[in-house]
Design a protein around this ligand. Structure first.
Ligand SMILES: [Mg+2]
Length: 273
């Protein structure tokens, strides 16, 4: 039997781009719960945003925050018991990226030469207005530890210059669905690969990874996964996934496409049929 590990983006992938609902993916999620297949939320969202979402989605698995900057492992999980607790004491944590404080220090001089607005300069009311998030959700989105999302207000070529300047300082710039993220040299792919290794060690079996995403910040994860799914977006053209000709592009957008891809994969791998 194949041991499957699913790593999924949230906004525009498991969650509808406009309504943030995962309802259309519920049939597949129920199958995964029955089959006890881990589905790892791997997102640009923060710990504060993911905690209520995991409860809503009835997800008890490890999760990846802020574009691969850290993996949180619930205390009742047998994975990676050697890891230290996170500052809140409710998870074990593996970090891959530098702190947000270091990123803000690096951005400060650049803000005089490029036009952008970082989350640090926004109020939660303004963010709520920009994203349609509820005020509480906007506050959770602003509670960041490892990345700084920006609203890019300068040209595309200025963004390239900005990214090369930051790259000299060992930071990187990734374009997400709505924001441009400045972060350390870590990504969703590295966190996914690390988790695959942890599950392989735990199960003592080869793990097949399946990744689902819709944006540029998902490309690395799609390149690395054994099974790669691009979920169609109502807001942007699907990104290129260099080096892969076997990426599945869903017919339907968001959670409906997610549902189709996961159900089809379970069937193809003869899991629970
Ligand atoms: Mg997305």
């Amino acid at each position: 039997m194949t041991r499957l590990l699913i790593s999924t983006d949230l906004d525009g992938t498991l969650l509808d781009h406009y309504s943030y609902s995962a309802m259309a993916a519920e049939p597949a999620l129920q199958r995964l719960r029955q089959l006890q297949i881990p589905w790892v939320l791997n997102t640009s969202k923060t710990l504060a945003e993911l905690e209520p979402l995991r409860r809503q989605l009835d997800n008890s698995h490890p999760f990846v925050v802020e574009n691969g900057a850290a993996v949180y492992i619930p205390l009742d999980s047998p994975l990676a018991p050697e890891l230290a607790l996170d500052p809140g004491g409710r998870y074990r944590r593996k970090t891959f990226g530098p702190s947000r404080r270091r990123i803000l220090l690096a951005l400060e001089p650049l803000s005089r030469r490029y036009r952008f607005t970082g989350f640090a300069a926004l109020t939660s009311e303004r963010l709520a207005g920009l994203t349609g998030l509820a005020p509480d959700a906007a506050r959770q989105a602003m509670s960041r530890q490892f990345t700084e999302p920006l609203i890019w207000e300068d040209s595309r070529s200025a963004l390239e210059d900005f990214a090369s300047e930051l790259s000299l300082l060992n930071f990187q710039v990734q374009r997400g669905g709505r924001f441009t993220h400045v972060m350390g040299r870590c990504d969703k792919a590295e966190a996914m690969t690390w988790l695959v290794e942890q599950y392989q060690a735990l199960w003592n079996e080869k793990v097949t990874s399946m990744a689902l995403g819709d944006g540029h910040n998902d490309v690395g994860m799609l390149q690395q996964a054994d099974i790669a799914v691009l979920v169609r977006s109502p807001a942007q053209a699907p990104p290129e996934v260099p080096g892969r000709s076997d990426v599945l592009l869903t017919e339907q957008p968001g959670p409906a496409g997610w549902n189709d891809a996961v159900c089809a994969t379970l069937q193809r791998l003869e899991l629970g049929t």
